[in-house]
Design a binder for this molecule. Structure first.
Ligand code: DHB
Length: 305
């Protein structure tokens, strides 16, 4: 096997594959991905209050991927942070990214203050859930002003824990949001969150399939959107990028790295191929590196520019 290890914000990952947030909902269940050999895991975004989530069905497969509207189902910060403390103690082989979501700046800061003492390797600020609107009708952090303001405030209280901003592709200019996060002190960018939102209609029932009618689109159909976003962000910022969105084959991994990703998230593909997808990707990537004479994955990052 070729050397698949990667340094990201001075943290060592044994391979570049990350489980994106929300693929697994229960904190302790993330050990399934760790046992399957993933490089790092992102936990489901935690919110201030416990959330039951949206009406069923919340997830639906279609020809080019998946559509979901989970509605940020999670235990809430009090119980969630206790579960995370245990998980962090028990899981040392793959770095853990704790993901947080809020609809108000004050709430975001409260969540960060609760998580920082647990000293996780990373915190991810989910600035981009498509299924929860803020009081003005759109998610917080979908424009550069609000995103920069959140990141700047978080930077002041997250001195020792590196944090990442997760961005939505559903904006007119993802580059300026990424830049504003970098200027405000973010340590890295995660791109992209799900696309859309989209809708699928059951033509027999004559109704949208999802309980919440619309949801975020993921899977192979959104890969070109993700690659374009990562390409543009790479040109705009110096901080490293975790690229994700539609990756299911080793060729997609290479493409995403060439666009500018240092680490690569693989989520929806675990629904179609199971957790063994990480082994398949490692094998494919390793053979490619040996064939091309690539010693370290960083040689591939951004070469398409
Ligand atoms: C949900 C959150 C997301 O960030 C996303 O991309 C899709 C779905 C959710 O919990 O509804």
């Amino acid at each position: 096997m070729a050397n698949l290890s990667v340094d990201f914000c001075s943290v060592k990952f044994t391979n570049p594959f990350i489980l994106p947030s929300g693929i697994i909902t229960e904190v302790n269940e993330h050990k399934r991905a760790v046992e399957a050999g993933v490089g790092g895991v992102t936990l489901k975004s935690l919110t201030y209050e416990k959330r039951e989530g949206n009406p069923l069905p919340r997830v639906w497969k279609y020809d080019c991927g998946m559509i979901n509207s989970v509605g940020l189902r999670n235990a809430g910060i009090e119980k969630g942070s206790e579960e995370i403390a245990v998980f962090l103690k028990e899981n040392k082989q793959a770095p853990v990214i704790v993901s947080l979501f809020a609809t108000k700046l004050k709430e975001f800061l409260f969540l960060v203050e609760k998580i920082v003492p647990l000293n996780p390797p990373f915190i991810e600020l989910n600035l981009s859930c498509p299924n929860v609107d803020d009081e003005f009708g759109k998610p917080l952090g979908m424009e550069k002003g609000a995103a920069g303001e959140i990141v700047k405030a978080v930077k002041k209280i997250s001195v020792k824990v590196p944090f990442l901003a997760k961005l939505s592709p559903n904006v007119s200019n993802i580059t300026e949001i990424a830049k504003s996060c970098e200027n405000a002190g973010a340590d890295g960018i995660v791109a992209i969150n799900t696309a859309g939102p989209g809708m699928i209609i059951d033509i027999n029932k004559r109704k949208p399939v999802l309980g919440a009618k619309k949801g975020g689109v993921s899977g192979p159909g959104i890969l070109p959107i993700a690659v374009r976003c990562i390409f543009e962000i790479y040109e705009a910022v110096k901080i490293p990028i975790i690229g994700m969105g539609g990756v299911s084959k080793w060729q997609d991994v290479v493409e995403m790295m060439m666009a500018g990703a240092t680490l690569v998230g693989v989520g929806t593909a675990t629904y179609t191929k199971g957790m063994k997808v990480y082994d398949e990707l490692k094998r494919g990537l390793s053979e490619y590196m040996e064939k091309e004479g690539i010693k370290e994955l960083k040689e591939l990052v951004g070469v398409a520019h």
